[in-house]
Design a protein around this ligand. Sequence first.
Ligand code: HEC
Length: 448
Amino acid sequence: MKTDQVFEQLCSGCHGKDLSGGQGGSLIDGEWKHGSSDDELLKSIKEGNAQLGMTPFKTILDDRQIRSLVIFIREKEKQAKEKGMTFPKPEPGKVTKTEHESYKIEMVVEEGLKNPWAIAFLPDGRKLVTEKAGRLRIIEADGKLNPEPVKGTPQIIDHGQGGLMEVAVHPDYEKNGWIYLGFADGTREGRDVKTITAYVRGKLKDGEWVEQQQIWKADSKFYTGAGVHFGTRIVFDKGYIYFPVGERGGNMEAQDVENAKGKIYRLFEDGRVPEDNPKFEGKTPVPGLWTYGHRNPQGLDIDPRDGSIYDTEHGPRGGDELNWIQPGHNYGWPVITYGMNYDGTPITGKTAEEGMDQPLTYWQPSIATCGLSFYRGDKFPKWKNDLFAGALAQQEIRRLRIVDHKVTEQEIVLKNIGRVRDVTDAPDGFIYVILNGPDRIVRLVPAE
Ligand code: HEC
């Protein structure tokens, strides 16, 4: 049964329909008599308190249902807390103050883009932007959006959440000219669509995509008709590339190291498989496998201070995660998760398991994480090396400070100007943001 209904039927009589309390106390005022941790809430619901009139539910509900009730309570608690808060909603020309820095928002492209997905920067001042339907666009060095998309880019399938997604420029672009693309590859015959995320690289010559090379492509048996969870981002580090392929609704497929879905990969920049990638006894992992147990990673970046890799991934409802990506590790989806299904039915009672990594943080309610970038520039000195995470559903950018692989600060620096599809620091030291609905590109510049 859906958790919202379980609450309505079994709990709302005493705690109120809006959880604000009745015969039983408020569950959304942030005050907890028996402790505020998830475990303590679980215990309150399981064991109850017969003397004070709280029913014990351990024989009425199973662990998955009780766990889902905790997620549900957390969502409502957070929403109640945020109701009274004001968030920086930037307007052009206006200064927005945050904890450490103040910024102004500048329009980069206001019109002419449809479903922009990612942005990358060429050393000559031009910018590349992907549009989901399959177009690679150029913003010229003078800031004007070239009306003609790049010709000859790969055939992609625009289906569900997938299409042309990532674009990334090789760090030695000036020497080698390589540009990488991540997209939904596959076939469409009438209504029969089969896709999976694939990666290529190629070069730009006179407005044309040339010299394309395949970097990563799954075996045809892994192509699927599902329209969800494509993942997709690319980062470069010391001759390697790292990139995710989402689990495509395949759930347990993410746990199978011989299955291409729900993984993060490491390859040499030209697509060769490094010999020292993780090994799994008795198994033949898909070529390039680096980590597994992922759901839908759409944020990936490398800490400039120590080379650690982090991802953000869309979890189920209440289960979006920030993870520290380490070779061979299992990130647990769908065996462990802090979330439940979007319709409010439970997935699992388990949030932890031996041999599976815990997220550094998770978001309840889900924010729909998309785009992730460390800040390497010098225009915002107090943000140096902080991590910026975009969010579609909550239409926000969060700034996180990471110290020793722990989140020590978190704040919302921008909210409610559109769904954030990508956020990235740029060679000019500003922070660029791709927004969907309305489809625009803006950048954050220092207030002075
Ligand atoms: C018959 C009335 C009643 C029902 C039904 C009921 N509760 Fe309670 N609940 C209470 C009372 C009274 C308390 C306070 C008990 C105490 O102080 O120890 C309480 C306490 C709690 C607490 C601990 C609060 C704190 O401050 O630590 C949680 C969590 C909770 N209830 C959740 C639920 C959930 C979830 C359900 C439905 C599955 C539910 N309750 C159903 C009466 C009820």
